[in-house]
Ligand binder design. Structure first.
Ligand code: PLP
Length: 389
């Protein structure tokens, strides 16, 4: 009998929720174009609009502020352009400023020319350096408008950024704010108005929805990005192409469940903290030839589901293979960059040296994780350490 694998890589992609799968199967039956005027089309449209309402509710937005895309990467690319429109009047942006820990889908700067992409740092705790940012923003007051991107929670470390504070600073300096809320969604409360973001990006598959669906949420339905995909005028003329009804339905349902479970998920911080204490203790054994264990961002506000740690002298890739053979799935650094053996840009931005960054392992939990899974991970990791040292 094969025992069930233990999946602890939710920040890469969460297993699909049964409710999301059910909504997708029901939507597949609709098999009509949501733009068709006949009854089948109207049924498909109703599925899309129901999901739009659920996604809007996640952040307290109006449904007309939600633009469905194929995921967060596309939602980010839609905004990453030096042109915005307010009530059909063009707003030209000079530059994009972004933190050094942004996901690659923001890092590439989209339609901004390379010379118009600038970065601002985080401190050694992985949090944006507000004094440094204040200086930068002071130098932009009175100049042309700009875009600034800051993620709400980091995919590798789970560290949460002071976005509310930054949005006030950006507004005072005459800029617009793009927030990647992919990892924060369903893990911490998000109130669009309080956050003050002009654009929020989300993806379905981190929440237990299907891959291939996501959304851009407009902070103000009158302030729009320049379309990336033009076509049949779908999604308020911001994203052409026939809607992927089944994926959108699954996304909406996953968001609904995530919102319902939010309070419970936040309470899991005590499990994370106990787990991290146990990890640190594992490396204290007197016959352990490896260095001490560091949990990145341990002093910072972090998601309850993410632990990123490293042990000096341990090769993360080797540990990952060993854990995989034991039936446990975790990741090293960012899953989006797996295959690359370069040290994580996020840890490097926090001042972690290359050797330690290459030893980083990320454990991320979610809706189907049980306390026994953490116990089994600790047991497997302890024997992996014995094997490798
Ligand atoms: N932003 C963050 C923080 C992510 O973790 C990811 C996925 O790993 C993305 C954006 C991109 O999402 P997608 O691949 O669904 O477009």
């Amino acid at each position: 009998m094969t025992s069930k694998r233990i999946y602890l890589d939710y920040n890469a992609s969460a297993p699909i929720l049964p409710e999301a799968k059910g909504a997708m199967l029901a939507a597949l039956e609709a098999s009509a174009n949501a733009s068709s005027v006949h009854a089948n089309g109207r049924n498909a449209r109703a599925i899309v609009e129901t999901a739009r309402g659920k996604v809007a509710a996640l952040v307290g937005a109006d449904p007309n502020q939600v633009i469905f895309t194929s995921g967060a990467t596309e939602a980010a690319q839609l905004v990453l352009s030096p042109m915005l429109n307010r009530k059909n009047r063009a707003i030209e942006l000079d530059k994009i400023y972004m933190s050094t820990i942004e996901h690659p889908c923001i890092q590439n700067g989209g339609r901004f020319e390379a010379e118009n992409i600038a970065r601002f740092p985080v401190d050694r705790h992985g949090v944006v350096d507000l004094a440094e940012l204040e200086r930068l923003l002071a130098s932009l007051v009175g100049k042309n408008p700009f875009l600034l991107a800051l993620m709400l929670a980091n995919n590798e470390t789970g560290i949460i950024q002071p976005v509310k504070k930054v949005s006030q600073m950006v507004k005072s300096a005459g800029g617009y704010l793009l927030v990647d809320a992919v990892q924060a969604a369903g893990r911490v409360p998000i109130d669009l108005r309080q956050l003050g973001a002009d654009f929020l990006v989300f993806t379905s598959h981190k929440l237990g929805g299907p891959q291939g669906a996501g959304a851009l949420i407009l902070g103000d339905a009158e302030l729009k990005p320049e379309p990336l995909i033009r076509g049949g005028g779908q999604e308020s003329r911001l994203r052409g192409g026939t809607e992927n009804i089944a994926a959108i339905a699954g996304f909406g349902e996953a968001v609904r469940i995530a919102l319902e479970s939010l309070e419970y998920i936040q309470r899991l911080i005590y499990i994370r903290d106990r787990f991290e204490g146990q990890l640190v203790d594992l490396c204290k054994g007197k016959d352990n030839r490896l260095g001490p264990l560091t949990v990145f961002g341990r002093e910072s506000e972090r998601l309850a589901n993410t632990t990123c740690f490293a042990i000096n002298g341990l090769n993360a890739e080797t540990a990952l293979i060993s854990l995989d053979l034991d039936g446990i799935s975790v990741s090293s650094g960012s899953a989006c960059s797996s295959g690359k053996v370069e040290p994580s840009h996020v840890l490097k931005a926090m001042g972690v040296d290359d050797q330690q960054a290459k030893a980083a392992i990320r454990v991320s939990t979610g809706w189907d994780t049980r306390p026994e899974d953490i116990t089994k991970f600790l047991e497997a990791f302890a024997s992996c350490l014995k094997r490798l040292t």
